[in-house]
Design a protein around this ligand. Structure first.
Ligand SMILES: *Cc1c(COP(=O)(O)O)cnc(C)c1O
Length: 375
């Protein structure tokens, strides 16, 4: 592969080879659902909930329509309402804040750590008020937040912890799986997540039986019996066809996460002499699943343009911290409020990452980045 050959195309994500490894199981499972017609909350959906709860080392799981709904229904199950505050990191995907807004509560933003890009536990105290009901850490890119410190602060004040684990299926903190680290954990199965459906999907995981029963009602019109409605619920269920896909994929998830880790290590090895590129650091007490592999560079917007010219698909996760988003301008934050997040948002560059990447693709992407940085 020549570095001036503009026919090179390294996609940011390519799941076509991954599909081949699950194709037979997916197609036969889908055919069975199509023949039975059990599209809504069929047995396959219930089976997947049990499998995913077990995978997370938790007692219960409830499949829902999306990761956003998982977060929203988790907060709703805790009766979060107008006048309450929910603390979230400002450096995340906007859904983390939207689900808070849906409840009528106020998202309160907190800055992140320079080394993990996750919410900074040292900055939590100053954000906590009498109205704080929930702290919602996001395990950004697939590396768990500092759950030990976050849980200690929350517990001392009777605040609940809801994990936004939308990017972290399978990672662990001090030997415990994401999904069992908070009071409630929420996952997305958006297709590009490390466990992705063939459409939208999400799941709420918990060890709390009350939360479990409430979310089960909330996702299904608030009903207990067929026409016995206990609360004003929603229509937010995980389709049986998506559960078939997810069950087939879940069996391979640990292997695929391992492949992602190998790719990340190879990238870091190839880029280790380039001082101007900062590679991700995995904290000693956690594992990472590299749903996103983001490095940091200066003049990022110019670098991404040149990477595209060389045929390497790159993205930015995320260019604008939530406190500076137009959608949240009513919250009254301003530039300079969260300096670490603002700096990181200007520097991050997500490189191609998917389990079935080839070594040569990693080599080409790294070499391209090196050349751009050194000229
Ligand atoms: C993807 C994502 C969500 C939302 O999930 P959807 O399934 O797209 O609704 C929420 N939080 C984070 C951190 C995400 O990455």
């Amino acid at each position: 592969m020549s570095l001036t050959n503009n026919t090179v195309n390294i996609p940011f994500i390519d799941f076509s080879e991954q599909y081949q490894t699950i194709k037979d199981e997916v197609l036969s499972g889908l055919q069975a659902v199509f023949e039975k017609g059990n599209f809504i909350l069929g047995q396959e959906e219930k089976d997947f909930e049990a499998q995913f709860a077990q995978y997370c080392e938790a007692k219960y799981a409830v499949g829902v329509n999306s990761g956003t709904d998982a977060l929203y229904l988790a907060l709703a199950s805790l009766d979060i309402d107008v006048g309450d505050e929910v603390i979230i990191p400002t450096f995340t995907f906007i859904a983390t804040a939207l689900c808070v807004s849906y409840t009528g509560a106020t998202p309160v933003f907190v800055d992140i750590e320079d080394k993990t890009y996750n919410i900074d536990p040292k900055k939590l105290e100053e954000a906590i008020t009498d109205k704080t009901k929930v702290i919602m850490p996001v395990h950004i890119y697939g590396q768990p937040s500092n759950m030990g410190e976050i849980k200690a602060i929350a517990k001392a004040r009777g605040i609940k912890v809801v994990e936004d684990a939308a990017q972290a299926h399978g990672s662990s903190y001090q030997g415990e799986r994401v999904g069992s680290l908070g009071d409630i954990s929420c996952f997305s199965f958006y297709p590009t997540k490390s466990l992705g459906a063939f459409g939208d999907g999400g799941i709420v995981v918990t060890n709390n039986q009350d939360v479990f029963e409430k979310v089960q009602m909330l996702r299904d019109y608030g009903r207990k019996g067929r026409y016995d409605h206990k609360v004003k619920g929603y229509n937010s269920r995980l389709d049986t066809v998506q559960a078939v896909v997810l069950s087939a994929k879940l069996k391979h998830l640990d292997q695929w996460n391992k492949m992602r880790n190998e790719h990340a290590a190879y990238y870091c090895e190839l880029l280790k002499d380039v001082d101007a590129v900062i590679c991700p650091q995995i904290q000693e007490d956690r594992t990472h699943v590299f749903q996103t592999f983001a490095v940091r560079v200066q003049n990022r917007d110019k670098v991404i343009e040149q990477m595209k010219e060389k045929g390497v698909g790159c993205l930015i996760h995320y260019p604008i911290p939530l406190h500076l988003q137009e959608a949240y301008k009513d919250a009254g934050y301003k530039q300079g409020d969260f300096p670490v997040a603002e700096k990181i948002a200007n520097e991050v560059l997500s490189l191609p990452m998917f389990p079935h990447m080839k070594k040569e693709q990693i080599e080409y992407a790294s070499q391209s980045l090196k050349e751009i940085i050194n000229t």
